[in-house]
Design a protein around this ligand. Structure first.
Ligand SMILES: Nc1ncnc2c1ncn2[C@@H]1O[C@H](COP(=O)(O)OP(=O)(O)OP(=O)(O)O)[C@@H](O)[C@H]1O
Length: 242
């Protein structure tokens, strides 16, 4: 179906960016085929970090490498990444099939191979039988499945999830995390996921990056960082300080 080439390492070297007074400086490496969860207080720079990787924002200085290739100045469409947002991922006037097909061809000129990839992705995310539905006839979870299926047919080695499941209830969110986990096991894509739920990082057995004031204040395995012996910054954030 997709991603048979596996993931690619994502590296940010002294990447500086600011919105007015808010200065951010990111230094991180996510090895190929890992799942990284990015957590931190509101306004700490989580979305900006993903936007810099996706190319929606340009760093003032520093370098961004994907799979060892410098993509710092590359246009978003040229980057080997797919991104799923919290909402508004879909075009309201297009059905499920077409919304996913856009991942292959922006003008929906689909080859037989493209159509086969779309059908396979629809089945893989559990939307078989709903191909002709428009987004308004889908639940929130189903809409996010469509967005993930589109990412799958794009077949890029890096998947960026920006609070993609934040508007779903707890049970649905777990279902979607399980879907990401299963797809990750099949495709070995590198996943960077912004979430407000530290539990998501544990559920995915992810590497955790904790952001504070536009910088990475702690990183390591979610299990270690979120344990009783984890760093103080994490304890403060979790509200578990004695
Ligand atoms: N387009 C913008 N123009 C000016 N400032 C911005 C813009 N987008 C974000 N900011 C500011 O940059 C900082 C980082 O924002 P960002 O959205 O990356 O944080 P976040 O950690 O994702 O927050 P949240 O958890 O609330 O989504 C914040 O102080 C925010 O107010």
């Amino acid at each position: 179906m997709t991603g048979k080439t596996g993931g690619a390492e994502v590296t940010l070297k002294q990447v500086r960016f600011s919105y007015g007074e808010m200065r951010m400086n990111f230094d991180l490496t996510v090895p190929a085929a890992q799942i990284a969860a990015i957590i931190g207080p509101s306004g700490s720079g989580k979305s900006t970090l993903l936007n810099l990787i996706a190319g929606f924002e340009m760093p003032q200085s520093g370098t961004i490498l994907i799979g060892g290739i410098d993509i710092t100045r590359a246009a978003p469409a040229k980057r080997p990444v797919s991104m799923v947002f919290q909402e508004n991922n879909l075009f309201a006037h297009l059905d499920v099939e077409a919304n996913i097909g856009l991942g292959r061809s922006p003008k929906l000129k689909l080859t037989a191979d493209d159509r086969a990839a779309v059908a396979s992705a629809i089945a893989r995310v559990g939307l078989a039988g709903k191909e002709k539905r428009k987004p308004q006839a889908l639940s929130g979870g189903e809409r996010q499945r469509v967005a993930i299926a589109r990412a799958l047919v794009r077949d890029r080695p890096v998947l960026l999830l920006d609070e993609a499941f934040a508007s779903l209830g707890p049970a649905l969110r777990i279902q979607m995390l399980d879907l990401v986990k299963a797809l990750h096991a099949e495709t070995a894509m590198t996943v960077l996921m912004v979430t407000h739920h530290p539990d998501d990082a544990l559920h995915l057995d992810a590497t955790l990056f904790f952001l504070e004031n536009g910088m990475i204040a702690a990183s390591g395995s979610a299990k270690d960082l979120l344990s009783d012996t984890g760093p103080e910054v994490l304890k403060r954030y979790m509200g578990t300080m004695a």
